[in-house]
Each structure stands twice: as structure tokens, then as C-alpha cells.
Design a protein around this ligand. Sequence first.
Ligand code: HGY
Ligand code: MN
Ligand code: MN
Length: 416
Amino acid sequence: MSRYVAGDLTDAELILDRCNDLAGISSHPDYLERVHLSPQHREANDLVARWMTEAGLTTWQDAAGNQCGRLEGREPGLPALLLGSHIDTVPDAGRYDGMLGVLLAIQVVERIRLSGVELPFALEVVAFSDEEGTRFGNALLGSRALSGTWDDDWWKLTDKDGITLAEAFQDFGLDPARVHGAFRRPGSLIGYLETHIEQGPILEDADRRLAVVTSIAGARRFAVTITGKAGHAGGTPFDRRKDALVGASELVIEVERLSKQYGVIGTVGRLQAFPGGINVIPGRVEFSLDLRGEFDDDRDECLRLFTKAAEEMCARRGLGFDATEIYRADAVMCDPALKDAIAAGIAATGDTEPLAFWSRAGHDGMAVVNIAPIAMLFLRCRGGISHHPDEAVKKADVAAALDAFEAAVLSVATSR
Ligand code: HGY
Ligand code: MN
Ligand code: MN
């Protein structure tokens, strides 16, 4: 079923070289950042489209800026098995988060095309345009358009320069009024498979290459504001201060404490004190809250307790508290039959009892699940490091993931 020959690393080398090519497309000269609807997004889409064409796919960019490609099955017009991942990044990103899954999917489609196998479905590859939500705070914008869960309220979202999502769409050459054209009606896709680095240490700690993903954590993101009163850092006695930063600091510690107590994962990734003078008591603090968990109930209970703690702290310190939700994607289960195909794929590389665990990271499958069953293949990344330039993978693991993913696709075909 698989052409896997230990040491057959040529395809893996090509994928890693292409990850390096994409890593060179950044809005910053000294670190990798490529955000939704940016000139760098355009350049990356064009490069991925070229690779898709070379692999024998017909290509198009959909109405939401996702770069797509298609290889027909044994007859034209069949529903498709969708493969892919995302090509946008976080700030100062690694070069494999998302990109590896897109390039590996292209390589699998080319392998199957060259093998002459005629599948009972078409194969499509998608490079989703905005899984991270780096530019506008809300995430999964490309996959939510594709899966018909777009909300027109998002058009007024703004980036750090005050550009709205609608303006960014138009600047990119897209028509906001046509975004719903990206919607893939149910029935046009038989499923979605994504390969992604684990972005955690479980595989490396277990000395395994690959794993089956059982579910994807549900996440909620908030913009939190603590308001106090700016004042003189010298003349203001402590019993008369309304120090927004000291109050916010209590809450940052509380996020970690509640997370550990409830087995969820809370992170404050961004915090800014205003007015920001070295000799001025901060009158306002804005910080982000990312709260996620395997089970939505645990996450939401943690959120309730965080809010309660915030209100109690603010009453005690004479501060104000506001939390605005900017993103929500609830936990999703992977499809049992597609999980079996992923496990069969991993077995084709010799691992007949693969690890299976939930993804602590979010993925586009959280949106695609609205129109098709989903499954994911994880591969090991060094030290579990991700969302950092030290993100790294082994060539042999990429070779194994490529073979497992190819075998998983073929397994879907034989089970239909
Ligand atoms: O935040 C996440 O888990 C994903 O990397 N966007
Ligand atoms: Mn990521
Ligand atoms: Mn990712």
C-alpha cells in the first residue's frame, strides 16, 4: 500500500525545502510572520498554487482567500476528500505549523496521481488563509467561510492599524459580498484529513513518530480591560492607588492557578499597561485571555471562576473589569471511520498500535466539521516546541507521515 522504504527521504526533503521557501515569505525581515490577506499571504498563495499545478491539480483561490487544488477521481465531478492545513502564522513563528500539512497533502496527491490508482472520490487540497487569527483576533476565518459558518459581524473587526476585515478583503482583491461563495455545500466533501505537528511533547516523550488525533480542544479568547486611575509613581500613597497593573497581575496568576486546578489551559499572551510612563501608575491594562480544554464544560467553569475572581479583586482594589469575547470554537470529535483510516495509515509505517490523544492546539477541522467528518494525523516535533522559530521536525518523521497520510487516503478509498 505504501512505497515506504526506510531512508526514502526524497519526498520529505522536497517538503522541508518548500517549508523553507515559505518561511522566506514574511512581513518581517528578522522573523517569520505571515498574516491573513497580507501581501505575504498573496505571495504564499501564488507559490502554493504553482506547486499544486506541478503536482497535477487544477487550482483556484476561493472567495475567502483559501488556495485550493483538485485532482479528479475515477470520473469527473465526484465529491472530494479534502486534505490540507493553513499557511498563515503567528508572530515570530516556526516554519512547520500549518505549512507542513499543506505541502504534505500536495505530495500525497501527486503520489496517488503518479501511481495511477483511480479513487472513488476526488482529492482536494486547501491552504487555509487564517487559522491563527493573528491579524484580526478572531480565527479560522478561511475555514469558516468554506464551511458556511461565516458571520457578517466580523467585517468590522480591525487589525492593529485600524484596517477592517472588509477593507483588507478588498485590498486583497476579494469582494466581501461574495465571501459566502467559498461555502462548500454538504455532500461536496466526503471528509477532511489534516496532518499537523503535535505542538506538544507527548510523541517525543513516548519516542513515537505519529499519532491519531481523537478530538480538538475547544477554545475561547477574550480581550480583558482593567481600569484604575493613573497617578504619580512617587507622590501617590499605596492606600490611595488604583493600580490597574497590580490588579491585572493578580488575575494573570489566577488564570494559571485555575487552569491547573481544573485541567484546562489558560494563557495570557499579550498585556499592555497605559499610559505606559515609567513614573506613572498604570490607569488601564489590556490583556488577552486564551482559554481551552478537552471538554467545553471544564473550560467554561474555569471562565466562570476567573470572572468571579476578577470581580472580587476589582471590588477590593476599586478597579473596573471588562472581558469581551473575540473568538470561540467549541471542542470537536474526530470521526471514528476516518480515525481508523489514519490508524491504518500509521500501521503502514510499521506502528500497528499508534498513540491516540486529543489536540491541545486548535485547527481548521473545528470549522470544517460543520460540513464534513474530520480526522488528523500528528507528527512529532522537537521538544514539542511550536509558535517559536525553534520549531523543528525530523526528515524521517516527515517521510513516515507522508507514507502514513498516503496510506490513510487509500484506506478511505478501500473502505467506501
Ligand atoms: O491557537 C492554537 O491552538 C492554534 O495554533 N491556532
Ligand atoms: Mn498555530
Ligand atoms: Mn496550526
